[in-house]
Structure formats: C-alpha cells, structure tokens
Design a protein around this ligand. Structure first.
Ligand SMILES: Cc1ncc(C[n+]2csc(CCOP(=O)(O)OP(=O)(O)O)c2C)c(N)n1
Ligand code: SF4
Ligand SMILES: [Mg+2]
Length: 289
C-alpha cells in the first residue's frame, strides 16, 4: 500500500497561501494512493508555470519537468517507449492552451493514452498575472487593460478536447476534493486521451475567477442526468460556460488508442528493444542512394 510519507515531495512548496494548486496536489496524492499502481510505473510530466512545479512537491514516483508548452509531447514519447507506464501530465492553461495548444489537439486526435490535468486559473500565474488564453472576454490584467480588457473569447479546453477526439473529458474544481479525486482516478485508469479541466483559483492575480465565484457558479453534470456516451450532448455542456460551469464527466468513450495502431515492437517495449545498428545503417544507405 502506498503511504502519504512515500509521496512527500523533495522541495518546500512555494505556492501562495490559498492557491487552488494545493487542492490539486492533495487530490493527486489521494488518487495515487487509492489507485495503488506501483510508483515506479507512474510518471508525471509537467510544463512551466506555478502548475508545472508539481513534480517538486510529490515524491516516490518518476517525473519530468519539461519546457513551456511541451509536457504532452514529452509524455507521448515516454508512453510510446513504455506503454506499461501510467503517464500523467500537469499543465497550466497558458502552457496547454497557448504554446501547447497544437500538441493538445493532436494528442486528443491521436487518442494517446495519457491523463492530462489542466490547472486552469485564467492567468499566467508564475509570470505575474498576464491574461491567459483561458481568460474570459473582458478580463482585465496588465496585458489586457481596460477598456475593454481581453478583447477575445477564451479557448475552451473541454470543447476543444471533445471536438478533437479525446475519449475522456471532464471538468473538476480544486474546491471539490471528493469529485476531483474520483475524476483523477477515472482519467488515470482510462485507456486513451483523458483530460480534466481543473478550475483553480489564483488568489494572487485573478480577482474574477475566485473560490466564491466557482462555489456559486458550478453545478454537477452527474446530478443532472448527463449522458456521458453522447458526444453532441457533451459538446453542448462543454460550451455552456461563462455564467454556469458544469463539473463532472462530459464524455467517456471506448476507442482505439494511438499505441494499439502503431507497429511497435511486439516482443518487448521500445525502451528495452535492442536496435540492430548494422541493419539500420543498411536501411539508411539504401534510402540515401
Ligand atoms: C518558451 C517559453 N515561453 C515563455 C516562457 C515564460 N513563461 C513561463 S511560465 C509562463 C506562463 C505560465 O502560465 P500557465 O501555464 O497558465 O501556468 P500558471 O503559472 O498559471 O500555473 C510563461 C509565459 C517560458 N518559460 N518559455
Ligand atoms: S501566483 Fe497564483 S497560481 Fe501561482 S502560486 Fe500564487 S496563487 Fe497560485
Ligand atoms: Mg495559468
């Protein structure tokens, strides 16, 4: 059985007091303990931002703190080299929906077997609160000053994921621990591209998307008879935000993941596969004729 002590992180947590990231970290640890997969077979890939620091705050498993916008391609490489691993991505809304959006859409389309947790706070927290691609129209920040604040509509990660082809799409809230733990367990267990858009208040920079706002504007999908196998119904729910934010599972489908459609070595995982260098050289020589 995995213990909390095993998951103790190697570094002191430097998130601001009251930050929604604490709820995400606590939920992740609880989900890992309850799932009880071997820690040596669990990997976290993170991007850059306050959210990206999560590998420093959890121990006992494998982690890779990657570049801004790149935790999904790195995770895809890790997964394809060894599909036996459980690969979890932690990414900010700036990281995933700005610089990383192309990776996000294509990984969803390919149905790569990853669990992606988006720490969605509507701002670039680490770089001091500039509006992010997820900030609502009219959101005011140093880089979207009044009037009119942000002059464009936000990227909607749940709608993007559903349209692109993800097979598990959900939304959680860092203030609803019980739901978030269940969503994380489902996403990690799921075979295919699983996304959780996690509403995460940034108490230092975002004075609009606050704990109070989300407590007053979220409602449960599963308490309202939502059909998780209906893609159009899921999309309709995903597009319903601004004033009301449904939380829970939008979509859950079974479909082939990327690895099952690739000619990966059958006798062993790519990571243990011994390359025949002479044969490789012969192929390169033939191709360069
Ligand atoms: C290639 C590159 N571009 C830009 C940056 C600067 N940068 C660091 S963190 C960040 C934004 C982080 O925002 P988000 O992903 O939402 O994470 P948060 O801090 O809000 O958790 C940016 C733009 C960088 N480190 N690398
Ligand atoms: S700046 Fe915002 S997101 Fe970053 S640690 Fe502080 S409260 Fe959290
Ligand atoms: Mg952010």
């Amino acid at each position: 059985m995995i213990t909390e002590e095993q998951l103790e992180g190697p570094q002191k947590v430097t998130w601001c007091t009251g930050c929604g990231n604490f709820g995400i970290l606590a939920a992740l640890k609880k989900a890992i303990i309850e799932l009880d997969y071997p820690l040596r077979e669990t990997v976290i890939s993170s991007g850059i931002g306050c959210s990206g620091k999560i590998p420093h705050y959890i121990g006992g498993l494998n982690s890779f703190h990657t570049l801004h916008g790149r935790p999904i391609p790195v995770a895809t490489g890790i997964h394809l080299a060894n599909p036996e691993l459980k690969v979890i991505v932690h990414t900010g809304d700036g990281d995933c929906l700005g610089e990383g959006l192309g990776h996000f859409v294509h990984a969803a389309r390919r149905n790569v077997n990853l669990a992606v947790m988006i720490h969605n706070n509507g701002v670039n927290g680490l770089t001091k609160g500039q509006f992010s691609p997820a900030a609502p129209r009219g959101y005011m920040s140093k880089t979207s000053p009044p009037p009119p604040g942000s002059p464009m509509d936000p990227v909607n990660p749940t709608a993007q994921a559903i349209v692109a082809g993800a097979s598990f799409v959900a939304r959680g809230f860092s203030g609803d621990q019980g739901l978030l733990v269940e969503l994380m367990k489902k996403a990690i267990r799921h075979k295919g591209f699983a996304v959780i858009d996690i509403l995460q208040p940034c108490v230092t920079w975002n004075r609009v998307l606050t704990w109070k706002f989300y407590n007053e504007h979220t409602y449960s999908l599963q308490d309202n008879d939502h059909n998780v196998s209906d893609r159009m119904e899921a999309l309709g729910k995903a597009l319903e935000n601004g004033d009301r934010y449904p939380i829970g599972v939008f979509l859950e489908l079974e479909k082939p993941d990327l690895a099952s459609g690739l000619p990966l070595p059958s006798e062993t995982n790519l990571v243990k596969h011994r390359t025949d260098l002479k044969a490789l050289q012969k192929t390169i020589d033939e191709m360069s004729l």
